[in-house]
Design a protein around this ligand. Structure first.
Ligand SMILES: Nc1ncnc2c1ncn2[C@@H]1O[C@H](COP(=O)(O)OP(=O)(O)OP(=O)(O)O)[C@@H](O)[C@H]1O
Ligand SMILES: [Mg+2]
Length: 338
């Protein structure tokens, strides 16, 4: 396996770090401790029920299913596991032929273990194909277990949900993503600043895959992981500017706020990028009291909605800033100050 050289440039043949550092054991999967513990119990017990794992992208669903299958089947993984994901044809014919014939196949496995069919990205399977699985899951349950992974569990038909143990994965916390990034930085000898990693955590919003990918892009592209480099690579409005803009709004200083907005707008960011960053930044601003923050978030939400409806002009954002500044006039919210 290729490793990066210590002179600051990663060799071009290197594996993407998301794959290089994909955990191989459940113990190495970060976050969602309670859910992972349930999987570990299944791993020790050896009797895997039908599983349905749902959650946001890049938080370890596919990884956990593979770790579990490896732990359960060991050397027999190759024969004992059938993996189908969204890149494979998974219509009703595949369920009738491929899945059924795999379920009927005789394979020698460690005692007490079952064949496993992994249906990754199961939310993209058609309703018909899911219907066709219902009886198959029951008929072959003594030899074959199904593991579904999906982003939206509501796209999985109810009869399948009722046959499965449902596990939900939540967003990873900032500390969990940070810890993993630091481990990877140590292993790859990435030069970084603490703020740089914090910027990666901020931009990834609990998506470990995105955090690791952005880390690699920043390092290979710019040679140092600092906040400026990270925001350049991720192409997002710089939170420092947005923070200054919101700080000005809090003080009722519309001129500075508009100046900052122009600065960001002239860099070419879309209104939706700006408004999502405003929302994410305001949540982290300790200088704004809770009550004001809630009012700010309400206004930001309305503007976000209008932008999504298609009114994505700079005037829309200017209007938001003016409403935020106007709150300064509300004696109730600002009674300490006025
Ligand atoms: N909890 C985690 N612990 C450690 N690494 C993780 C974790 N989650 C994701 N990763 C990293 O991100 C990569 C992608 O994870 P994975 O394929 O499991 O995501 P997923 O939840 O299946 O996402 P999707 O819904 O897009 O399929 C992994 O290769 C791994 O490097
Ligand atoms: Mg996946």
């Amino acid at each position: 396996m290729a490793t990066s050289s210590s002179n600051g440039k990663a060799p071009s043949y290197e594996l993407p770090w998301v794959e290089k550092y994909r955990p191989l054991k459940l113990d190495d999967v970060v976050g969602n401790a309670a859910t992972i513990d349930r999987l570990k119990v299944i791993q020790e017990d050896g009797n895997c029920p039908h599983l349905l794992i749902s959650g946001l992208p890049g938080i370890g669903k596919t990884t956990s299913v593979h770790c579990l299958a490896h732990a359960l089947l060991g050397d027999a993984y190759k024969e004992g596991v059938l993996e189908l994901n969204a890149s494979d044809e998974r219509g009703i014919d595949v369920v009738r032929n491929k899945i059924k014939s795999f379920a009927q196949k005789k394979v020698s496995l460690p005692p007490g273990r079952h064949k496993i069919i992994i249906l990754d990205e199961a939310d993209s399977m058609t309703g018909g194909a899911q219907q066709a699985l219902r009886r198959t899951m029951e008929i072959y349950a003594n030899t074959t277990r199904f593991c579904f992974a999906c982003n939206q569990s509501n796209k999985i038909i109810d009869p399948i949900q009722s046959r499965c143990a449902i596990l939900r994965y939540g967003k990873l916390s900032d500390e969990e993503v940070m810890k993993r990034l630091m481990e990877i930085c140590d292993m790859e000898k990435v030069e970084h600043s603490k703020d740089g990693l914090a910027a990666l955590v901020f931009t990834s919003e609990g998506d470990m895959r995105q955090a690791i990918n952005n880390l690699q892009s920043t390092w290979t592209g710019l040679g140092f992981v600092s906040p400026d480099n990270v925001f350049k690579v991720c192409d997002q409005p710089h939170p420092v500017t947005i923070r200054a803009m919101l700080g000005a709004c809090y003080k009722g200083d519309i001129d500075t706020a508009m100046e900052k907005l122009d600065e960001v707008w002239n860099l070419g960011y879309a209104a939706v990028d700006i408004v999502t960053t405003i929302f994410r930044v305001v949540k982290t601003m300790d200088s704004i009291p809770e009550a004001v923050k809630l009012e700010f978030i309400k206004e930001i939400g309305w503007t976000h909605m209008r932008i999504l409806e298609g009114v994505s002009t700079v005037i829309q954002l200017g209007g938001l800033l003016s409403r935020l500044c106007k709150m300064h006039l509300s004696p109730k919210l600002f009674e300490v100050k006025t």
